[in-house]
Design a protein around this ligand. Structure first.
Ligand SMILES: NC(=O)c1ccc[n+]([C@@H]2O[C@H](COP(=O)([O-])OP(=O)(O)OC[C@H]3O[C@@H](n4cnc5c(N)ncnc54)[C@H](OP(=O)(O)O)[C@@H]3O)[C@@H](O)[C@H]2O)c1
Length: 339
């Protein structure tokens, strides 16, 4: 039997994403086979396609950072009770496919009764947001924070979890994202016209915000960093703003590291942190598994309502990445092989 995957065949535009057929095999010893229910399309996939990403494998490879699927076969040595279970995994690559093979240790059970697509949004975006809020910046109720790219996948997760934590939130986004940012409890700031840095300053007063969560990078570091209060955190986690005309800058991450990465406390008393969900996961999978399980509980309890922009068939992976590059997605884009 054959199954379909989307293969990234080279760096460049979305025409490097090609539909490919593979032979379905039995799982090897110590491996499970997953029938993928859904996989996310995130801006990191675009960065992998267009340029620098430290954890991208050698080309060609199947992108897809996260997935929810059903264990449909198990290899020797795998606990039989896993068979038929719905599980989630942070794969970094491999999700744009009808099937994949993984070691069981990498799987987190998805509770019965929760929607698979909603569960999927938690795997990358919500864990990233949760860990930045609670493991890095350690925010407290009443703190004010600034979220850049607040209308995007991670941005909307930061807003929803920030609201649960009782934060006062400011979020940058183009006008098309303002309704979403407001609905999630943020004060929307239009970065495309006027001076949003001045506008935040006027609203927060002289002291500054307790934390900035920045997924845009580039000149945002210069502009948003001074908005952090003394002792507060500048948490940097993405480079969306450095992808121009289908190319990602390789210089920007290096300059950023040189300027802010060499020490955790800057001479002016502000703290800087480079957050990477995969950097932590590669060292120890426990925090990821613990945090995802907590988020699944919140979802099952009806406390989270992730913003899903579109559910698309697997063959539309290129279209989904183009939507992200145009900034058209206000939330999570999901590929579903069965559509
Ligand atoms: N470090 C980690 O562990 C980690 C984990 C997940 C994601 N990431 C990174 O986080 C970033 C965001 O990912 P995502 O999947 O949430 O992306 P996304 O859904 O595309 O959201 C990014 C948002 O930024 C806005 N934006 C785009 N270009 C901009 C610019 N030049 N200036 C200001 N705003 C701009 C877009 O909307 P508007 O322009 O319409 O406002 C969009 O809503 C990416 O760089 C991704 O690689 C990092």
């Amino acid at each position: 039997m054959k199954y379909t995957s989307i293969l990234l065949t080279g760096k460049g535009s979305t025409d490097k994403l090609q539909i490919t057929q593979n032979e379905l095999r039995e799982p090897a010893a110590g491996e499970v086979r997953l029938k993928i229910i859904c996989t996310g399309v995130g801006f990191t996939d675009v960065i992998m396609r267009t340029g620098y990403y430290p954890y991208a494998p050698k080309l060609p490879f199947v992108p897809g950072y996260e997935l929810v699927g059903t264990v449909d076969a198990i290899g020797a040595g795998v606990k039989p009770e896993l068979l038929g279970k719905r599980v989630a995994a942070l794969t970094v690559h491999g999700g744009y496919s009808e099937y994949t093979y993984l070691p069981p240790d990498n799987l987190v059970p998805v509770p019965d009764g929760v929607d698979a697509a909603e569960a999927l949004t938690l795997v990358l975006n919500y864990v990233t947001a949760y860990q930045m809020l609670h493991r890095v910046a350690k925010v407290q109720a009443g703190d004010s924070v600034l979220i850049t790219g607040a209308g995007g996948g991670v941005g909307t997760a930061l807003l929803e979890l920030g609201r649960l934590a009782g934060l006062k939130m400011y979020g940058t986004g183009s006008k098309s994202k303002h309704a979403t940012i407001s609905a999630l409890g943020g004060v929307p700031l239009d970065y495309t016209s006027g001076d949003w840095v001045k506008s935040v300053r006027e609203q927060i007063g002289g002291a500054g915000v307790k934390a900035v969560f920045d997924g845009i990078g580039g000149d945002y570091l210069k502009r948003a960093y001074p908005l952090v209060a003394k002792g507060g955190h500048y948490v940097f986690y993405g480079l969306t703003g450095t992808v121009k005309n289908g190319k990602a800058s390789t210089i920007a991450p290096l300059l950023t590291l040189a300027r802010y990465g060499l020490r955790k406390i800057q001479p002016d008393g502000r703290k800087t942190a480079f957050y990477g969900v995969t950097t932590i996961y590669r060292k120890d999978t426990t925090p990821f598994k613990e945090d995802l399980a907590k988020l699944f509980d919140l979802l099952a309890a009806g406390k989270l309502h992730p913003v899903i922009v579109a559910k698309m068939p697997l063959r539309d992976a290129a279209k989904a990445q183009q939507m992200l590059e145009r900034g058209a997605a206000g939330g999570k884009l999901i590929l579903m092989p069965d559509l």
